[in-house]
Design a protein around this ligand. Structure first.
Ligand code: ADP
Ligand code: MG
Ligand code: ZN
Length: 229
């Protein structure tokens, strides 16, 4: 160990010879301090994950609305799961009962590639809802946007109707700086719910649906199968 050859108690500041070599030579003419003080673009990925009705979209909208107050430049996206509209809105389940304060403008895109192409140079925040419906490329897209200095806020289901990890959410959660798990209320027992129970009236019912097709359940009340009503 080279350090062990130094005499005990040899402190750099008490040794004039050492003090000349202690601060590392600044190869760039004193720009080190300037570089530290200048704010760097701080891109990051935030994930909001949970079951259906857990308030993921509400939380996404809350964060976006705060950013609007801060005069940030924001773009919001959702997957295009049908071809009817290009421009649409992100809407929480509570919007119907509590008014339209729980919605924001969003652009529906078919692929992660299309999302990335639509992000403007001056955008500071990219919000993405229903991320579980995107292709796996959304992980690299989120990473590239964050590397560019953009704050990427992603909401999505962490589990499918059988309680399995819902890709690409697990990968997004792994590379995120911050993960928030939100929970609903179990429709059966009132406990905290982390799972989405699929309820179908007959085989072949569409997978994308709301309270007619799914309900929130806790671990004990959840049954990893379709329950035919
Ligand atoms: P998510 O995006 O996670 O599906 P939303 O943000 O769209 O959730 O909706 C959350 C809202 O859903 C709650 O504020 C509440 O008004 C409503 N809701 C309906 N059923 C439940 C439930 N079982 N547990 C909690 N909230 C529920
Ligand atoms: Mg939602
Ligand atoms: Zn329960």
């Amino acid at each position: 160990m080279p350090q062990s050859s130094a005499p005990a108690g040899a402190v750099a500041s008490s040794n004039p010879a050492a003090s000349q070599v202690e601060p590392p030579p600044d190869a760039e003419g004193g720009r080190t301090a300037e570089r530290v003080s200048r704010p760097l673009p701080s891109g990051s990925i935030e994930v909001i994950a949970g079951s259906m009705f857990s308030g993921k979209t509400e939380e996404l909208i809350r964060r976006v609305k705060r950013a609007v107050f801060a005069r940030q430049r924001i773009q919001a996206f959702k997957p295009r799961i049908d071809d009817r509209y290009d421009k649409t809105r992100i809407v929480s389940h509570s919007a119907a009962t509590e008014g339209n304060g729980k919605t924001i403008e969003a652009v529906a895109v078919a692929t992660s590639e299309s999302l990335e192409q639509r992000v403007d140079d001056e955008t500071q925040i990219v919000a993405i809802d229903e991320a579980q419906f995107f292709d796996r490329g959304i992980v690299d897209v989120a990473q590239r946007l964050a590397d560019r200095g953009i704050r990427v806020i992603v909401a999505g289901l962490d589990q499918d109707y059988l309680g399995r990890p819902f890709y690409p959410m697990p990968e997004l959660m792994a590379v995120a700086e911050q993960v928030t798990k939100v929970r609903a209320v179990c429709t059966v027992c009132g406990a905290e719910a982390s799972r989405s129970q699929r309820l179908i009236s007959d085989a072949g019912t569409v997978l994308v649906g709301g309270s007619e097709s799914y309900e929130a359940r806790c671990r004990s009340c959840f049954e990893p199968r379709e329950i035919v009503r």
